[in-house]
Design a protein around this ligand. Structure first.
Ligand code: TA6
Length: 264
């Protein structure tokens, strides 16, 4: 999903001007669907290291379908390349749904284990939000939440005590067990200072992990499919299950969803 405009024409999602649309490379922007792996480490050791970073779902061709009268996109293990199927030998079905509303949208992903044994995975919506400038942007709803700071030079910060998280350097943090009912992204519009995007999300087992990411200067330069200055125009707020892994029993389905509401 690479674009969603509100009824008054506000584009909520960011896509890099250098994004690649060759059908195999991950698209730099929109909502990359992350499965079965987010990253190595942090308890994800049972998810094969041979899989590419952020897994194969965002690199695979999904098919359109209508299930229970709802349009959706489907990916199963039968759709995988030999390489990915060998690296992740499970029978699974992913169903991705988008529901539009006048002031936003929601996305849901249903992950079903169609095999005979338990299936371990991580899953996340890697949502890129469109902003006018990074300086005024802030995120609320993370206060009181522990987070892992993924940057090599950083240390573990036990709890974030900031009412408003602002971005003044490369930011790559995995927040655990979000306490607030929703996360709010503010400062996104110079013409409408009170405008914000409200992000509410849930999972079947109510796990609440959220990654906040902005590559800032140096990482932007290192990313070939991202403009050197585009860190001014985006921030990722990514809900999912990425600390440790989810173990899904045979025949079970796990749901992850996010509701995005634009408030002018
Ligand atoms: O979600 C944050 C993150 O894991 C960052 O560490 C950064 O690597 C970003 O994802 C982009 O990853 P990608 O594989 O899309 O280049």
């Amino acid at each position: 999903m690479t674009s969603c405009k509100t009824a008054n024409g506000k584009e909520l999602l960011f896509v890099s001007g250098k994004a690649v649309f060759d059908g195999v490379s991950p698209i730099r922007g929109g909502i990359p669907l992350i499965f079965p792996k987010f990253g190595d480490g942090w308890g994800s050791d049972t998810v094969p290291k041979s899989l590419p970073g952020h897994g194969f779902a965002r690199r695979s061709k999904w098919s359109f379908d209508v299930i229970n009268d709802k349009p959706c996109f489907v990916l199963t293990n039968k759709d995988l390349s030999v390489e990915y199927a060998e690296a992740y030998p499970h029978q699974f079905k992913l169903v991705f749904e988008v529901t539009l509303s006048a002031d936003g949208f929601s996305t849901a992903m249903y992950i079903t284990n169609n095999g005979e044994t338990a299936m371990n995975f991580q899953a996340l919506f890697h949502t890129y939000y469109n902003i006018e400038a990074i300086e005024p942007v802030f995120v609320t709803g993370l206060k009181g939440t522990s987070f892992i700071n993924k940057l090599p030079s950083a240390n573990w910060v036990p709890v974030d005590d900031r009412e408003k998280l602002t971005i003044t350097e490369e930011t790559d943090a995995i927040y655990m067990d979000i306490k607030a009912p929703s996360i709010t992204l503010g400062g996104i519009s110079s013409t409408s200072p009170s405008a914000n995007v409200n992000i509410n999300y849930s999972t079947s087992d109510n796990v609440k992990h959220v990654v906040v990411w902005n590559p800032w200067v140096d990482k932007s330069i290192r990313m070939g499919d991202f403009g050197d200055e585009e860190f001014h125009k985006m921030i990722c707020i990514e809900p999912g299950h990425v600390l440790g892994y989810k173990s899904l029993a045979a025949g079970e389905t796990w749901k992850m969803d996010q509701q995005i509401t634009y408030q002018a």
